[in-house]
Design a protein around this ligand. Structure first.
Ligand SMILES: [Zn+2]
Ligand SMILES: [Zn+2]
Length: 371
């Protein structure tokens, strides 16, 4: 058994307790899995059982020799990977089959209940323990493996956090790059479209959905599929369902909602787009300035910081009141500043009535700061 995929996950792991059973494994518990996102294969035993093996005579004749300190060992070194190999090698293929079956069941039911973190753990473990070059051992076909990648990607999509979305996109792309022959691309493009949709990147999303639609029109589809080893149909593999989902998504992309702000920073590169939505997965707040002639100018919090550092020697936000509006050619003065924090709530609000631009401004400054 090899761990070809997501090898880096192992290196992030430092505190896994691995217990080694020595004469056969009565039952693998796959329910008490840790909640870390990048979980590695964790074949843990119920405490009572692991205790039972502790200290018992370890080696049967003919079995490879094991040392006592392999038992109930808390591993903190980077040799974890090798040791995981050992553990999994001990699991015979029948046992592995049971584990795989159980993980698939738990994975897709979690996904259907929208318990995406749990689902992600299950599918992640499946990808860790299944060697794609040894699928026959498990009576699996390549398409089944692709479905597991798809399950993992869909779970990550459901988690919706920025890093999870990036990983989801990678997994969907992996299907397109490596498994084109399985005709599963229409679902992968649909998935990537959903990632972009979640990121409020409507035109990028539309592009992906249209690819999926084209493939359906050309009947380049995998056919109705079930979750491997089950009779549970993956609903979006029914072409009529996928078509309906696509129709709704395409509609949404063609008529996207108005953004909550648009960043005016000239070098707004650090973000995927200049449009700002409170619902952006990477939302980190923004500043909105209104001038006395009703212009509204917004900046991502980070872009605003950069702009202030480079052009305004880190001037206080409040001191931008009465300054010339940021809109080119507008002669208005800034009369209101609202700062939204990453929580989406107003953090600070400064306002100054500006009656006529030429008059000296009034001394009273209305200031509200929840900081
Ligand atoms: Zn920006
Ligand atoms: Zn203006």
């Amino acid at each position: 058994m090899q761990f070809n995929h997501e090898d880096d996950h192992y290196h992030q792991k430092h505190d896994t307790t691995i217990r080694y059973a020595t004469d056969g494994i009565p039952r693998l518990s796959v329910t008490n899995l840790p909640r870390t996102e990048n979980e590695v294969c964790s074949l843990d035993f119920p405490p009572s059982q692991s205790h039972q093996y502790k200290g018992r005579s370890k080696n049967k004749p003919g079995e490879p020799e094991k040392k006592q300190d392999h038992l109930d060992l808390k591993i903190e070194s980077k040799t974890i990977q090798d040791k995981l190999f050992c553990t999994v090698h001990q699991v015979d293929s029948t046992m592995l089959l049971e584990v795989v079956k159980s993980l698939i069941h738990d994975g897709y039911t979690a996904l259907m209940d929208q318990r995406c973190h749990s689902a992600e753990q299950m599918f992640s473990q499946l990808l860790n323990i299944i060697d794609p070059s040894e699928l026959k051992q498990l009576n699996l076909r390549i398409i089944n493996y692709v479905v597991i990648i798809y399950g993992h990607a869909t779970s990550l999509l459901g988690i919706g956090l920025p890093e999870a979305l990036t990983k989801a996109e990678d997994q969907f792309k992996r299907i397109i790059v490596h498994y084109q022959e399985e005709r599963f691309d229409c679902l992968a493009y649909y998935g990537i479209g959903k990632v972009y949709l979640r990121q409020n990147r409507f035109s990028d999303a539309l592009n992906q959905f249209m690819k999926s639609q084209t493939m359906i029109n050309r009947k380049i589809v995998p056919g109705v599929l079930t979750w491997p080893m089950t009779s549970q149909v993956i609903e979006e593999t029914r072409t009529e369902n996928l078509q309906l989902f696509l129709k709704n998504c395409i509609e949404e992309c063609k008529f996207p909602p108005e953004p909550d702000g648009v960043c005016r920073y000239q070098h707004c590169h650090g973000h995927s787009k200049i449009q700002i939505f409170f619902t952006d997965p990477d939302f980190k707040g923004f500043i909105r300035m209104t001038c006395c002639q009703q212009c509204r100018v917004e900046f991502h919090t980070n872009c605003w910081k950069k702009l202030k550092t480079t052009n305004y020697s880190d001037k206080n936000d409040k001191d931008f009141l009465q300054e010339l509006c940021f809109t080119p050619d507008c002669t208005g003065l800034i009369s209101k500043i609202v700062i939204f924090s990453s929580s989406g709530l107003v953090k600070c609000e400064f306002e100054q009535k500006i009656t006529k631009p030429k008059e000296p401004p009034r001394a009273i400054i209305k200031q509200k700061c929840s900081r």
